[in-house]
Design a protein around this ligand. Sequence first.
Ligand code: AMP
Length: 508
Amino acid sequence: MNASANANLFSRLFDGLTDTGRLAIETTDGARISYADLIAQAGRVANVLVARGVKPSDRVAAQTEKSVEALVLYLATVRAGAVYLPLNTAYTLAELDYFIGDAEPSLIVCDPSKAEGIGKLAGKVNAKVETLDADGKGSLTEAAAKASPDFVTVARAGDDLAAILYTSGTTGRSKGAMLTHDNLASNSLSLVEYWRFTKDDVLIHALPIYHTHGLFVASNVTLFARASMIFLPKLDPELIIKLMQRATVLMGVPTFYTRLLQSPNLSKDSTSHMRLFISGSAPLLAETHREWSARTGHAVLERYGMTETNMNTSNPYDGDRVPGAVGFPLPGVSVRVTDPETGEEMARDSIGMIEVKGPNVFKGYWRMPEKTEAEFRNDGFFITGDLGKIDPRGYVHIIGRGKDLVISGGFNVYPKEVENEIDAIPGVVESAVIGVPHADFGEGVTAVVVKDKAAAVDEAAVVDALDGRLAKFKMPKRVIFVDDLPRNTMGKVQKNVLRESYKDIYRK
Ligand code: AMP
């Protein structure tokens, strides 16, 4: 394989780079890392990986806090032809036992505080352990400092694996989504164009880097564009507003936008230097979209993707960014809506299963061939598990996860339809509608509602407001008020947690 035929993502990211002195990443404590630094550091770490016995196609697992060094570990792993396996920092040792046993990495990089516990798990699969802390220090960095920056990027074919990302596994076991060099490169390059990234962009990067959003969408897109990013360890609304004075793009989950809206410092003025606000990973409420537009003059661009598929759809750069919609299929990506029972394609505006096909779609689930086969159609479409529709203008709308559908008295109730009605009631902040076991109906439609502290809304007021707007079978049988909805780090409402909390409310 000659150099130009090398499909390694690292080569595609950096081989054509001429101006290596450009700034790639800056951190909030003042470090400035150029593209040349990043490439050299990735070379050093790749040399350490090889010295530790990591071979092409081996897995390198990382449970590390966010740091530039952690991003370098990802780049170095890919450069060495190995497979990067990031793990959510919240995972406990008991959870890690499953991931490590399943993925059988040859090297695990973790926070020094976890080295002892992880060392025991590593021993079971003969993996070596290196450490890396939140400041980028640890045995990996020490070894890298002594290693050479020169490293010949290992040639890879387009469908070789670059990464395995475990799905969040809210229903059953987490599955390892196998992502190839082609999957990652094609999706990032397509987003660079769609979102008009250029080398002059400065991205505010406040997302975690163990998830597809912060790792691939944010980092790969920035690097492919030769742009730069400001790395924040976590969401810090006031700091983000300050950085907006010199940044151009923010990528966030919906919680970023609701939190930023709480600041009195968010205004047309404070966002005037920004060109683009992107949201994804969970539904952005139409109301948040509208409030954001009113306050800043910017329409948030919402897009839709998932671990298995990278990004599938996006609202347009020019043209209407429709509140509550996730936009059009990206170039080269096909999206269709099918009848979940028969698999037949449905007419426009009908709600069904969203299926996608394209160079972005993963290769399958790691060591789960039956699961993989079950979730792909014969013609190559992946069954996302998301219910949605395509409207007459071609915009895709997500209605919710299929598993969140409520079936009450034999009728399908789409939670989002009920949530939209409840959210429109004055004094309601947001809501989550779930189905919980009910002796007569199978599942009882149940609304969990967050209201404004000062609002006088109660259960009777919600039921009254919905009366006449929703068919009887869609009406909540109970309305429960809570201070906050449970969310994971990507801002997704954890309906499985709610279903567990309220599973007995209809028991006599
Ligand atoms: P993850 O694999 O963690 O990225 O989660 C993917 C899931 O998040 C998708 O299957 C959707 O259910 C949901 N999701 C992602 N983006 C959006 C969006 N813009 N609107 C609604 N749901 C979304």
